[in-house]
Design a protein around this ligand. Structure first.
Ligand code: NMX
Ligand code: MLT
Length: 433
């Protein structure tokens, strides 16, 4: 068996040749045009990023390295007795493009276990932060604090890095950093919400299983953790958090700086924060009526939200134009384990009604529930407070974003640097047409 590093070496060589060929022979070929609406509209629809980690088809949904969500869940190896695959297997898939064998995933599990011990100074920094600090801020601080561990930064300072070998140092950083993220997240959870009563790691457990164990939450939360970390690991690297991580790394910042930036990028209510907002919206509705609403009551609540000039959180998407398979997969999990949960019942009722309300607005391009619509309900079912939700999303994006920046270095992508225009220039451009 080839180890993950040797396998990557082989694949990097092949992809480098492909990129060189494309640049050399077809560098001038146009793959699209830019409109003023796209320039003003957050680059919506513009294909200006390149990644093989995942691809988002607007109608079919996400494919990780070519595999649909269902295929990934079916094909990746699972821990004994578990319903969901190893997150380590998803990492292997995103990194190499191959579904790992049991032996191949075992190598990653062993590396992750060996590297998951968090330096003590990180805990000291976290302990000294105000208890009011948001948990995702604490996670970003913890990751930033560990920057001094970066093998890439050290090698750069010693003039050891070349364009060709940069990815190997990045690889070391990625393997050192990723396994620590769920450990730190669970520590923050217990510190903030469980009176700092920490649960030591269980060396027998995998990435997702050990996270659930350290959180102190019983089965099937281990399987939900594994599932959630897979589902949100990447979305064609174009979402704010993944894109931020990539952009920061493009200036040859190391994995620690880059991921800390991505964690901050996830926080906004239109992105990772939407999980919290969606749950709040459902809770408010339930509190107001004290029962599952009728169709009319739910419709009225939607109109009240929209007429107040607010978005209905958990619906819509910047790219997807159909139902999100990541929503559907969590729905299936909910049907199995949350059938008696009132909030979950509300998610199902809303699924049938809210899209029809949103369809009244022709400007809304996707009226369907997105991934964040349901995750908060499941997190809260397991007792997790709302402001911790983005930390859970952060653990997921770490898997995809770190795979991405490894490949960015491997394929020698340059620093990201788009050009800008002024409004005046745009106006003149139109007048001169
Ligand atoms: N409720 C009300 N209005 C909406 C919604 C919604 N759920 N979704 C889109 N719109 C509005 C949007 O604000 C825009 O209004 P205006 O023309 O006045 O500026 C119009 O519909 C067109 O927006 P779209 O082109 O359909 O969506 P866009 O790509 O701009 O934004 C989101 C995508 C996801 C930011 C947007 O759908 C939204 O704000 N949804 C609610 C928040 C949310 O659930 N975010 C989570 C996204 C997933 N994630 O994991 O990050
Ligand atoms: C995500 O997975 O981060 C969200 O669906 C947002 C996006 O892809 O734009």
């Amino acid at each position: 068996m080839l180890g993950i590093k040797e396998k990557l070496k082989e694949k990097v060589e092949i992809q480098r040749e492909e990129v060189t060929k494309l640049l050399k022979n077809y560098g001038d070929v146009k793959i699209g045009d830019i409109t003023i609406a796209q320039v003003i509209g957050g680059m919506r629809g513009l294909k200006v990023l390149v990644t093989d980690i995942s691809y988002l088809d607007p109608f079919e949904g996400i494919r990780y390295r070519g595999y649909t969500v269902d295929e990934v869940l079916e094909k990746l190896p699972k821990p004994k007795g578990a319903e969901m695959p190893y997150d380590e297997a998803q990492f292997y898939l995103l990194m190499t493009g191959d579904i790992p064998t049991e032996e191949e995933v075992r190598e990653v599990i062993d590396i992750f276990k060996e590297k998951r011990k968090v330096p003590n100074y990180v805990y000291r920094v976290l302990d000294s932060m105000p208890r009011e600090a948001r948990p995702d801020v604490m996670l970003a601080v913890a990751v930033g604090t560990m920057q001094q561990e970066s093998v890439f930064a050290k090698a750069y300072a010693e003039n050891k890095i070349t364009k060709q070998n940069a990815w190997e140092y990045m690889f070391e950083d990625v393997l050192n950093l990723l396994p620590k993220i769920p450990m730190i997240a669970a520590y923050i959870y217990r510190l903030k919400y469980k009176n700092n009563e920490q649960i030591p790691q269980n060396p027998d457990l995998d990435f997702g299983g050990n996270f659930a164990y350290m959180m102190g939450i019983d089965k099937p939360y281990d399987d939900f953790s594994r599932l959630y970390f897979i589902l949100l690991s990447d979305h064609e690297s174009g979402n704010v958090s993944a894109h931020t991580t990539h952009l920061v790394a493009s200036a040859w910042a190391d994995a620690y700086y880059s991921l800390a930036a991505g964690i901050n990028g996830l926080s906004g209510p239109l992105h990772g924060g939407a999980t919290q907002e969606a749950l709040k919206w459902f809770q408010e509705l339930l509190k107001k009526l004290n029962k599952i609403p009728t169709k009319q009551e739910l419709e009225q609540f939607c109109w009240d939200t929209l007429n107040a000039g607010q978005v209905i959180p958990g619906y819509g998407h910047a790219v997807l134009r159909n139902k999100d398979p990541r929503f559907e997969t969590q729905l299936k999990f909910g049907e199995q384990y949350l059938a008696n949960d009132n909030l979950f019942k509300l998610v199902i009722v809303a699924y049938k009604i809210v899209p029809n309300i949103l369809k009244h607005y022709t400007s809304i391009k996707n009226p369907w529930p997105n991934v964040d619509n349901i995750s908060g309900t499941i997190h809260s079912h397991y007792g997790i407070p709302e402001d911790f939700f983005s930390v859970l999303f952060d653990i997921s994006i770490a898997i995809g974003s770190l795979s991405n920046i490894l490949w960015d270095r491997a394929l020698e992508y340059p620093i990201g640097r788009p050009r800008s225009v002024t409004i005046d220039q745009l106006s003149k451009f139109v007048t001169n047409k």
